[in-house]
Design a protein. Structure first.
Length: 352
């Protein structure tokens, strides 16, 4: 993909994400009085209010809600050419009762998004917006669509936005970065507040998302900057080395049968190797073999029995009395000598 097209795609994705964030803020603006009908305006010309209106309506329609986008800048129509649709009837025909709203509203390439155009050369637009016919049209549009978005002319140039702002749920003021002056923006805010409309907030437009420490700067700066940063992070990450698989018990047993000097020479110098599964399996059998031959250890290291146990029956019947102290001392000495010469069998830790 050429770099120019890739840059345009990244900018389009950034604009779509910003429009979705704006719609989320509108939804959470008021729980008791949700906002469903909006008017978009600006302080002066060329601040991008039509651009914001179209992207906001597209974001609302993408969420699954039926949306009606209305061209309410009756002096300078430009939305139909940008969308690429042309309608046979407009808002004036609907207000006068010539056609119904369903006949005048046309579908757009975006799903759930409908567009209502305005006829050219409509006289006195501000008076039409303040009429009872327009109020009836607004109530009808509110009942048939989930959201209605009006694109209005600049508020410091014409009074249309201030008049419409008293009939809709909220008004959004678009301000272009490094374009509108502070005095002009303050004048627009004062005029909207003086009319009594609900000024929900200001939408900053034409922001350079490729500069600064913003979210989009990290991912989209210099085209492939975000991808390059992720590649550098992955290259500097610790490498994962999988462990070598252990030999199966059958293979270990086969290697044990082969044995010999060749297998012993292949063992490297260092700490002793860990016993294999075959050696673990043969350990209980070796323990049982040693347990079955206790007489060998006894024959090598006989246990010396006390002399008291080997005395004849006649001598063992002569039990000393309570006053025979010498007899008690002699028996104690014999028991001590017998314990000193006694040996116990030795056990290895492997048996347990």
């Amino acid at each position: 993909m050429p770099r120019r097209n890739q840059r345009a795609e990244e900018q389009g994705q950034a604009v779509a994400n910003a429009a979705q964030t704006l719609f989320a803020n509108i939804r959470f603006m008021s729980v008791d009085n949700p906002v469903h009908v909006l008017a978009i305006t600006s302080s002066i010309l060329n601040e991008g209010k039509t651009f914001v209106s179209m992207n906001l309506a597209s974001a609302i329609a993408a969420s699954g809600a039926s949306t009606l986008l209305v061209e309410c800048d009756m002096r300078r129509r430009s939305m139909a050419a940008r969308i690429g649709v042309h309608a046979q009837y407009g808002i004036y025909s609907v207000m006068t009762g010539q056609v119904s709203l369903e006949q005048a509203a046309v579908r757009t390439p975006t799903k759930n998004l409908y567009f209502l155009d305005a006829e050219p050369h409509i006289p006195n637009p501000s008076n039409i917006l303040n009429s009872h016919h327009f109020q009836s049209f607004l109530d009808n549009a509110r009942s048939r669509f989930d959201y209605v978005v009006f694109d209005t002319p600049p508020v410091t140039t014409f009074v249309d936005a201030a008049v419409l702002g008293t009939k809709v749920d909220a008004v959004l003021l678009v301000a272009r970065e490094n374009f509108v002056k502070r005095a002009e923006l303050q004048q627009a805010v004062d005029q909207l507040r003086a009319s009594g409309c609900n000024l929900a907030g200001i939408v900053m437009n034409s922001c350079d998302f490729g500069k600064g420490n913003s979210y989009y700067s990290y991912y989209y700066e210099n085209g492939e900057g975000g991808r390059r940063n992720r590649a550098e992070e992955e290259s500097s990450a610790p490498k994962f080395v999988p462990a070598k698989p252990q030999q199966s018990s059958a293979k270990s047993a086969s290697n044990a049968r082969k044995g010999g000097a060749a297998s012993q020479q292949s063992v490297p110098a260092g700490p002793p190797p860990r016993r294999s599964q075959a050696q673990h399996a043969s350990q209980p059998a070796q323990s049982q073999a040693r347990a079955a031959q206790p007489q060998v250890a006894t024959a090598q290291r006989p246990v010396q029995q006390p002399q008291v146990a080997t005395q004849p029956q006649s001598q063992r019947t002569n039990v000393p009395g309570p006053g025979d102290t010498a007899m008690y001392q002699r028996l104690a000495e014999q028991s001590r000598v017998a314990r000193a010469g006694r040996s116990y069998p030795r056990y290895d830790d492997e048996d347990y």
